[in-house]
Design a protein around this ligand. Structure first.
Ligand code: ZN
Ligand code: ZN
Length: 460
C-alpha cells in the first residue's frame, strides 16, 4: 500500500520523547490525527474517484481484456513475488523473473517489497496477537483495511528479520524508488499500453490503472481478513487462519490459509491437484522454463501428521460430549458381601456385577433386547461369564450402554478378580487419555469386555 513511504517517514522522524499519536485516546478534537490520510487517499479516495469516472466513461473491449490480463500479472506480483518469493523464500527465482515480479508487484499499489514482507513476517510470527500488524482479533474490517487507514504505532509491530531482503539489490532498488515505480507501473504503464495500443488513454487510466489496482488491493486485503475469518481449519485451530475456496478464487490461490500458516515456506498454498491455486501453477511453470528453482515442499508425512492430529482433536471434542459412564475411579467401592446385601434390598434398584463393576439395570430390564428373563436372572449375581458369551456374546454397543449404568466397583473377592487385574494393567500406563483428558474407550475395550480365557480363569 501507499503506507510504505508514510511508515518509512514515521520510522525515521519519530521523536522518542513525544508520545506517538496512537498512544493518546481518540477524541473529537484529535481523531483526524489518528487517520493515515495518505493511505485513505490511495485506498479509498482514488478508488471512489475511479468508480465515479467509470460511470461517465464507457469501457472498451480491448481495454477490458488488457485490464484483466494486467490484473492477473500485478496480482501474481503480490502472491508469487511479494508473498511466496520474498516474504517466505518458498522458492528461488532467476534475476529476470525477480525483476518482472518486482515490477508487476509494485503495480499492485501495495507498498514496497521490503515494507510488505516485513509486515507479513510479523503477521506470521505474531498471528492474532497485539504484535500482528493486521490481527483479525481486532475485527474483520481492521484486518481488511482499518490497519492501513488508522495510524499504527511502529513500536507495537512485532520484530521480523529482513536481513536477506536488505541484501537483495532488486528489493532495495524498488524500496528506494517506490513512488516513481508505483506511479509508473500502477498508472502510467497501463495508460500507455491502452493509449498507444488502441487510443484509449482515458479508459486505460481509469480501468486498467485505477480500478484494476483497486481490485488487486481488495483481493490482497481479503487474505488478511477473509482468510482469517471464513472456512475450515484442517491443520490447526489454535489461531484464526482458515481454508476456503471462495477466498482462494478471490486471491489467486492464497485462500488455503490454514495450510499456509502451518507450512509457510511451502511454495504451494493448495496441496490437492483439484484446488484452485494459480500462483502455485505459475511458479511450477516458471520452474519448467528454468526461471524458478529450489521450490520448497513440506514432506507429505509431516502434512498428514498435522491433518491427523487436528482430526483427532475434533474427535476428542465429540467424544467428550458423550456419556461414557461414571469413571471407574470415581465409583464407590464395595465388598462382594456388600454387593449381595445391596442387591437383595427391595429399593427399586437391580444390581448386576460384571467384570468387577456393579451396574444398576433397573430401568433397562423392560428394554432388554434379549427379554426380561435373562437379565432378571442375573440380578444379585456376577454375570461376567454370562454377559461375555456364557449365554450371549454381547455387542460392543451393549458394553457401551452397560457402562452408563455402572454404580460401583467390587473390592477383592474371588469372583471379580478380572477387573482388578485388567485395571491394574491399565494403571501401568495403558489408560489412554484424549486432548480433553477424557479416558478413551476403544471399541471392544470396555472394562466389562472379558476375553474367553479370562472368563474361563474366573470360573475355575
Ligand atoms: Zn495470515
Ligand atoms: Zn504468508
Amino acid at each position: 500500500m501507499a503506507a510504505s513511504p508514510s511508515v518509512a517517514v514515521a520510522d525515521g522522524k519519530r521523536n522518542s520523547k513525544k508520545p506517538h499519536i496512537t498512544e493518546t485516546p481518540i477524541t473529537w478534537a484529535n481523531w483526524y490525527q489518528h487517520v493515515n490520510w495518505l493511505n485513505v487517499f490511495f485506498i479509498i479516495v482514488v478508488p471512489l474517484m475511479g468508480f465515479a469516472a467509470a460511470y461517465s466513461y464507457p469501457l472498451q473491449r480491448a481495454t477490458a481484456v488488457f485490464a484483466v490480463i494486467y490484473y492477473f500479472n500485478t496480482g501474481l506480483g503480490i502472491t508469487a513475488g511479494y508473498h511466496r518469493l520474498w516474504a517466505h523464500s518458498s522458492y528461488r527465482a532467476s534475476t529476470p523473473l525477480k525483476i518482472y515480479l518486482a515490477a508487476v508487484g509494485v503495480g499492485a499499489v501495495q507498498g514496497s517489497i521490503r515494507w510488505w514482507s516485513r509486515g507479513h513476517r510479523a503477521h506470521h510470527r505474531y498471528t492474532d496477537t497485539e504484535k500482528d500488524p493486521y490481527s483479525v482479533r481486532k475485527g474483520f474490517w481492521y484486518s481488511h483495511l482499518g490497519w492501513m487507514v488508522m495510524k499504527q504505532n511502529p513500536k507495537n509491530i512485532g520484530r521480523a528479520d529482513i536481513t536477506d531482503l536488505n541484501e537483495d539489490p532488486i528489493v532495495i532498488w524498488q524500496h528506494r524508488h517506490y513512488i516513481k515505480a508505483v506511479l509508473f507501473m500502477g498508472l502510467i504503464f497501463p495508460t500507455l499500453v491502452c493509449g498507444i495500443g488502441w487510443g484509449d488513454w482515458v479508459g486505460g487510466f481509469i480501468y486498467a490503472g485505477i480500478l484494476r489496482a483497486t481490485f488487486v488491493q481488495q483481493a490482497t486485503f481479503c487474505v488478511n481478513s477473509l482468510a482469517h475469518w471464513l472456512g475450515d481449519q484442517p491443520f490447526e485451530d489454535r489461531n484464526s487462519p482458515r481454508d476456503h475456496v471462495i477466498t482462494a478464487l478471490v486471491t489467486l490461490g492464497e485462500g488455503y490459509h490454514n495450510f499456509h500458516h502451518e507450512f509457510p515456506s511451502d511454495y504451494r498454498n493448495a496441496i490437492e491437484w483439484w484446488q484452485y491455486d494459480p500462483t502455485k501453477w505459475a511458479i511450477w511453470m516458471w520452474k519448467q522454463l528454468g526461471l524458478a528453482y529450489d521450490l520448497k515442499e513440506f514432506k507429505q508425512n509431516e502434512i498428514e501428521k498435522g491433518r491427523l492430529q487436528q482430526q483427532q482433536k475434533k474427535l476428542d471434542i465429540r467424544r467428550s460430549k458423550l456419556d461414557w459412564g461414571t469413571p471407574i475411579s470415581q465409583l464407590p467401592v464395595m465388598t462382594w458381601d456388600d454387593f449381595k446385601t445391596e442387591a437383595a434390598k427391595d429399593d427399586g434398584r437391580a444390581l448386576v456385577a460384571i467384570a468387577g463393576v456393579v451396574h444398576d439395570v433397573a430401568h433397562f430390564i423392560k428394554d432388554h433386547p434379549g427379554g426380561k428373563t435373562f437379565i432378571s436372572s442375573a440380578i444379585g449375581k456376577d454375570a461376567t461369564a454370562t454377559f461375555n458369551g456364557g449365554v450371549y456374546q454381547h455387542s460392543n454397543a451393549a458394553h457401551n450402554l452397560l457402562s452408563t449404568m455402572r454404580v460401583g466397583v467390587i473390592y477383592g473377592g474371588g469372583e471379580v478378580e478380572i477387573w482388578k487385574r485388567a485395571h491394574s494393567e491399565k494403571q501401568n500406563g495403558f489408560i489412554m487419555q484424549d486432548n480433553t483428558d477424557h479416558h478413551i474407550v476403544r471399541a471392544g475395550e470396555q472394562v466389562t469386555k472379558v476375553s474367553p480365557q479370562q472368563n474361563g480363569a474366573t470360573t475355575v
